[in-house]
Design a protein around this ligand. Structure first.
Ligand SMILES: [Zn+2]
Length: 139
């Protein structure tokens, strides 16, 4: 665990104190040889802090399931775009944007009724990716 995590922990613990005296974060070797806080209450808080930090720092990844709340949005996305291999094709003008040009604007055809629709790849990514909750957020 990074030292910055340890510093953040000690600061948070001291900030939550009612008394001005700073907490004693002295460490000692536990029977198993790990450095642990002499104060067992602080050690227990530190272990919880590290577990939460590890959870929050996991990279964003496609989770076990597509979020249920994405269903309606996927249906809406499919009203405008057709996934065709690595292309997203506008159902209005049949122009396409290849996945490797994700982020670029599609030049819709003249008079395309879906001219306001952009960034289909970003929309799709958002709908199928679960992001971990940031540290401190309610579960
Ligand atoms: Zn179009």
């Amino acid at each position: 665990m990074a030292d910055t995590e340890r510093e953040a922990f000690e600061k948070a613990m001291n900030d939550s104190r009612f008394f001005p005296r700073e907490l004693d974060f002295s460490r000692t070797k536990s029977p198993s040889g790990r450095d642990e806080c002499e104060n067992s209450h602080l050690q227990s808080n530190w272990e919880g802090w590290q577990a939460r930090a590890a959870l929050a720092s996991r990279p964003a990844e496609v989770g076990d399931q597509i979020p249920r709340e994405s269903n309606d949005a996927l249906i809406a996305l499919a009203r405008y775009w057709k996934l065709n291999g690595d292309w997203m094709t506008c159902k209005g003008c049949r122009r396409s944007l290849i996945a490797s040009r994700d982020g670029e604007e599609l030049a819709h055809g003249d008079g395309c009724k879906y001219w306001g629709q952009q960034h289909p790849w970003a929309q799709l990514r958002k709908l199928i990716t679960r992001r971990p909750a940031p540290a401190g957020a309610a579960q």
